[in-house]
Design a protein around this ligand. Structure first.
Ligand code: PNS
Length: 191
């Protein structure tokens, strides 16, 4: 069926849900990661991406870091709390190949953030491998805001584990979970 659709950004002539330019009627992106834990840098990227995609699936990798601080269940809980009021965002865990998961979910885009040149090599390798596996899925990189470009989950964990203040680095929900994890350190610091 042919339809002319106005989706707030552009007019599209679609045929059976597929635009003439090959753009699906609903553009779904997967934002994959370990999110151990979720930071303000991740949140900034999600905010930016909302203008570009109709739906975003935030996907927590199940077989990610060998010794994560938070279980997958805890990370999903945090994400659900932080992103509770965001429409068109789904939160889910996935296992196996990312591109296969994205294809199953009808996503055409894998979203990744780049903070600095140091991220580039790893991201390039992953994007090219994913393209080799499934050329129809594009990796889209967004630049983190410069005010968040120094934040990493690894540093957040290190600072929190030593009783440092991470309130500017993570959403309040995540700070609460970190406080619980490192309760003994925070108590000694009077934090
Ligand atoms: O937040 P991270 O740890 O940088 O995320 C890495 C992630 C989850 C995107 C990557 O490890 C991944 O895609 N894992 C799924 C398994 C897979 O598809 N591996 C091949 C990638 S080229």
């Amino acid at each position: 069926m042919w339809r002319l659709r106005y989706n707030g950004r552009l007019r599209q002539l679609t045929h059976d849900g597929e635009s003439l330019a090959g753009r699906p009627e609903t553009l779904i992106a997967v934002y994959p990661g370990s999110f151990d834990p979720f930071t303000n840098g991740h949140l900034d990227l999600i905010e930016r991406s909302r203008r570009l995609f109709d739906k975003l699936i935030v996907a927590v990798v199940r077989d990610g870091p060998k010794q994560p601080l938070f279980s997958v269940a805890e990370r999903l809980e945090m994400l659900r709390e932080v992103l509770r009021d965001y429409p068109n965002i789904e939160i889910e865990a996935f296992e196996g190949l990312l591109v296969e998961y994205a294809a199953r979910r009808g996503a055409r885009v894998i979203l990744r953030g780049i903070r600095a040149v140091s991220d580039y090599e790893y991201e390039l390798q992953m994007a090219l491998m994913n393209r080799r596996l499934r050329p129809e899925i594009e990796t889209v990189f967004l630049l983190a805001s410069e005010s968040y470009s120094f934040i990493s989950s690894r540093l957040v964990k290190e600072v929190a584990s030593l009783g440092g203040d991470v309130s500017q680095l993570v959403p309040p929900v995540v700070e609460r979970y970190l406080r619980q994890k490192f309760a003994s350190v925070w108590t000694t610091k009077g934090g």
